[in-house]
Design a protein around this ligand. Sequence first.
Ligand SMILES: [Zn+2]
Length: 314
Amino acid sequence: MKTAIYYDDLFLLHDTQNGHPENANRLRVIRRRLEETGLWQQLSRPITHRCTREFLELNHTRQHIQRIISACENAPASLDPDTVVSARSYDAAVLAVSALVEAVDAVMAGELHNAFCAVRPPGHHAEKDRAMGFCLFNNIALAAHHLLNHHQLERILIIDWDVHHGNGTQQAFYDSPQVYFLSLHQWPLYPGTGRPDEVGSGAGKGYNRNVIFAPGTPADTYMQTFEEVIPAVFEQFSPQFVLISAGFDAHKDDPLAQLQLTEDHFAAMTRLVLQQAAAHCNGRVVASLEGGYNLMALANSVERHVRELMQVGS
Ligand SMILES: [Zn+2]
């Protein structure tokens, strides 16, 4: 087995209340689809790792962590107008981070080629001291910190193809030359950051890249840009590990944005990243679910994404 899916039913207990687009049905439809196709039985793994509060402090302030714990004790509670928690949200959020750490460790150990973390809450909007945009802790940023600190890697590439800008991940590594953050997103759109002139600061200048698309941009235009930018970034940065903030809300059917991709495009994007990763870093890739709010589009896209991950090495 060379690809794994990390998931736990605890993620369903992060209850975001009535009608919230980021709800447990997102993971239920993913799981059902992967079960129906036999992929779940083949690939899913339990999450055994439990990261500590100290680990969360690699990317978040103590006050931020305490605010989330307190909010859960007083649940239901809102951390911002979009970001609500239930009693088990802190536990689910910590387990989401733990899933990524476990996936990264398994890939670094050579037990896996790659992995997909079917987690919620998502993470890429979470800043060091602020929960926002449905995100509590920055899952992907913490995975990058783990690769730097524990595995002593020096060049991590984070590709964020969620349709929204990954403001929290950008903030985490804005002055670092060790983590290259590439975000492709619709603009203007929530959260309002992510302009192309945000290129990093200090030693990190040149290691942050925002690629923007106007609402309604044709899929062919998006793909042409993607196929230019991805190989160029790999060539320039030569990453040792690739993390994907895999949101699927750039899908044409997604209710929260106006890009035009289909599951075919997500498959092609996955394929290109894997080809580049094979050439530069032994194919070390861990992807983590971010957005994606049309349930049918989400199930279709995740299935195609996972099938591409499985092609590696087989
Ligand atoms: Zn999104």
